[in-house]
Design a binder for this molecule. Structure first.
Ligand SMILES: Nc1ncnc2c1ncn2[C@@H]1O[C@H](COP(=O)(O)OP(=O)(O)OP(=O)(O)O)[C@@H](O)[C@H]1O
Length: 667
């Protein structure tokens, strides 16, 4: 399949989408990997560069959707160009970037060329709904009984969505891209470049774009701009209108039912695609509002947790509400994340969160979920299921042995279960052990990303303390939800809290949770159909009992980073900063940081990055411009070494080495 640029800098894909790329471009999708995309900086304005990257990203996504690109290649290409694009869009350097490229969703309504301040439309949120066509449409929607979506009425969107960059594709349809007959608001009513909706409606596309619960779409206005069209018309719909159109679509129920009960293989494949799609978005979209659909109840839960529990955070490197919020270290005393006596408070929050909202919850459609309380499912989906950004193996410095072993025994089998059968079948459980802050969580996430699996991340200590009396149920529910989202990776941090050696003092509830965990894990092990991997992580491997050791068959030591890995962390972090540090100085820093963990290295760089700020007089802080802040220098690292010290003691290291020799699977 070939895409050619026309002289005017527009290219036309066969789906009828028009997008801008540099003139005279000619790209064979099958040669993606070989192609290096460069945008000339000499005569190129920031907006032109941004447009070029946007177009390029659109092509990547398109190629991926047509399977011309592998997931990994698409992710890498996408990541590279999305980062470049967002640098241009977000940075406030006037000469090289756009600063606030699309300040709000209204900028789309005002102007296709949202980077321009000059053109101002008279459309506003107030007057748009007074337009007759919009009113007619709303009325139509209110009385809506019949399908109003026709095959030529959908437009794939390229470009900005909200104030963040989004890739186009079937998934975007759920948010904004419904175009109804005669519904154009604007002077140019003729839209000749519409995507054929019927092709999107094929069963295989259905799951990726139909929102789980369309009537809960919360955007007030949706827009369907056609990029690349000269006097492009802009269609504005009230979200409710669009929702009712979608939910009223005659085949909706049938299709949904078919999806819900349909062929397992199809479900799995498209669950993966959808996962990957959302991860693609995750790279470029920091605003979940703009990029990912969330039900009202999901939003509510997230808000509640933000305000009440103050433990939740989503994103790379930061653990989630139910994940570990701190590290205990080898000999540290166990501290529950939420004191037991605050259980009542938690129950209250739960009641507040779920009580009156229950009717709005998504009703579980999978038979297997029927016996699980909706609130537990919602909680698992929003708090334990991880929607963080894509990670590649290169994001994890060093640890070559662990990474290669994991690729071989876990990732490949998950990608090709047809080849890795019988003795080659993947283990159902692996254990990552080693000092804190060495990348165990990163590896867990990366396994999920690279194998196209759904990632569930939970801290074992939250099962035993936070879910007082409910841990057992949570374990069961977690595995059940994971079964509905296969392939799945369940990452259990601090797994020692769950699988510690049975002793006299063992609490009855802990015993029950552990038993349930074994039952579930054994179930996953004996069922050949199940593609679920449990990844346990611990800083205290010596506390894990033999029954657990047997089940977590592959036990991999994740040691402190060596020189090259520490250097990679510093170089990677400094590459995003303004710095004057030379290669030789980097080597000196890395040498001096012998014994630092990956997390310590990150902390060292953060501390050094504060050096230039500290050298500014306090009174100047309010007036100084960012470009007046001096680059991070070697002296800043020297100062940082005075406050940042290794977090792992030699005694602890010795213990890990011994345990690795005794029980580990390393060489
Ligand atoms: N190998 C690594 N490469 C890159 N960054 C790393 C590496 N190891 C640690 N880091 C940095 O340290 C942070 C913490 O890493 P991570 O949470 O994966 O450690 P962990 O081993 O799971 O720690 P803990 O045992 O305390 O849960 C990461 O977000 C990252 O910034």
């Amino acid at each position: 399949m070939e895409v050619r640029g026309s002289g005017r800098g527009l290219i036309h894909l066969h789906v009828g989408v028009t997008m801008q790329v540099p003139a005279n471009s000619s790209v064979k999708f099958s040669e993606w990997q070989k192609e290096a995309f460069t945008v000339s900086t000499a005569n190129c304005l920031p907006r032109q560069k941004a447009e070029a990257y946007r177009a390029y990203i659109a092509k990547i996504q398109y190629a991926w959707s047509k399977s011309d690109l592998s997931d990994t290649s698409a992710i890498n290409l996408f990541k590279r160009d999305a980062e470049k694009c967002s640098t241009i869009i977000d940075s406030d350097k006037v000469e090289t970037s756009l600063n606030n490229y699309a300040e709000s969703i209204l900028s789309q309504a005002r102007d296709q060329q949202s980077y321009s301040d000059k053109w101002q439309s008279s459309l506003t949120p107030d007057n748009i709904f007074r337009l007759k066509k919009v009113q007619d449409m709303n009325e139509l929607a209110t009385n809506f009984k019949m399908p109003l979506l026709y095959s030529t009425d959908a437009t794939l969107k390229l470009g900005n969505w909200g104030n963040r960059f989004c890739i186009p594709g079937p998934a975007d349809l759920q948010a904004a891209l419904i175009k109804l007959p005669e519904a154009n608001v604007g002077q140019e009513a003729n839209v000749g470049q519409n995507t054929n909706l019927s092709s999107l409606m094929k069963e295989k596309d259905f799951p990726s774009w139909v929102p789980a619960n369309p009537v809960q779409m919360t955007k007030n206005i949706v827009t369907a701009p056609l990029l690349g069209k000269k006097n492009a018309n802009v269609s504005l719909f009230h979200a409710d209108t669009v929702n009712s159109k979608i939910s009223g679509f005659s085949n909706y129920g049938k299709r949904k039912e078919s999806y819900d009960r349909g062929d397992k293989f199809v479900q799995t494949v498209y669950a993966n695609k959808r996962q990957t799609m959302s991860r693609h978005k995750g790279i470029a979209c920091t605003s979940t509002d703009a990029c990912g659909f969330k039900t009202a109840s999901e939003k509510l839960m997230v808000e509640q947790k933000k305000h009440n529990l103050s433990l939740s955070s989503i994103g790379s490197g930061v653990k989630k509400c139910l994940g570990t919020a701190y590290s205990r270290g080898l000999h540290g005393k166990f501290i529950p994340p939420v004191p037991k006596d605050s259980g009542e408070e938690y129950q209250t929050i739960q009641r507040k969160t779920y009580g009156s909202e229950r009717s709005e919850m998504n009703v579980p459609s999978d038979e297997r979920l029927k016996n699980i309380e909706p609130k537990v499912i919602e909680l698992i989906m929003s708090e334990i299921m991880d929607h963080g950004p894509v990670l590649s193996w290169d994001d994890i410095a060093g640890l070559e042995f662990a990474k290669n072993t994991i690729k071989e025994i876990v990732v490949w089998p998950m990608l090709r279960p047809d080849i890795f059968t019988g003795l080659r079948g993947p283990p159902k459980g692996i254990l990552l052990f080693g000092p804190p802050g060495t990348g165990k969580t990163l590896i867990g996430k990366c396994i999920a990303c690279q194998s196209g699996a759904t990632f569930f991340s939970i801290s074992a200590s939250s099962l035993t303390s936070k879910w007082v009396g409910e841990g057992e149920k949570m374990v069961r529910s977690l595995f059940t939800v994971a079964r509905c989202h296969q392939p799945a990776v369940i990452f259990i941090d601090e797994i020692d809290a769950l699988l510690s050696q049975r002793g006299e003092g063992e609490h009855e509830s802990s015993r029950r949770i552990k038993t349930e965990f074994f039952v579930q894990l054994d179930g996953a092990t004996t069922s050949a159909d199940e593609n679920i991997l449990v990844v346990g992580a611990t800083n205290r491997p010596q506390e894990i009992d033999e029954a657990a050791r047997r089940r977590l068959a592959k036990r991999l030591y994740i040691p402190l980073p060596e020189f090259s890995a520490r250097k990679q962390i510093v170089v990677s972090l400094m590459s995003r900063e303004n710095t004057s540090i030379t290669d030789q100085q980097v080597d000196d820093i890395v040498l001096k940081a012998d014994g630092f963990s990956g997390a310590d290295m990150t902390q060292l760089c953060r501390e050094a990055a504060l050096g230039p700020i500290r050298s500014i007089q306090a009174m100047d802080i309010s007036t100084i411009t960012p470009d007046q802040v001096r680059p991070i220098a070697y002296i800043d690292f020297q100062n940082a070494f005075q406050t940042v010290r290794p977090s792992v003691s030699p005694r602890d290291l010795e213990m890990y080495e011994i345990w690795n020799k005794t029980f580990g699977c390393g060489k």
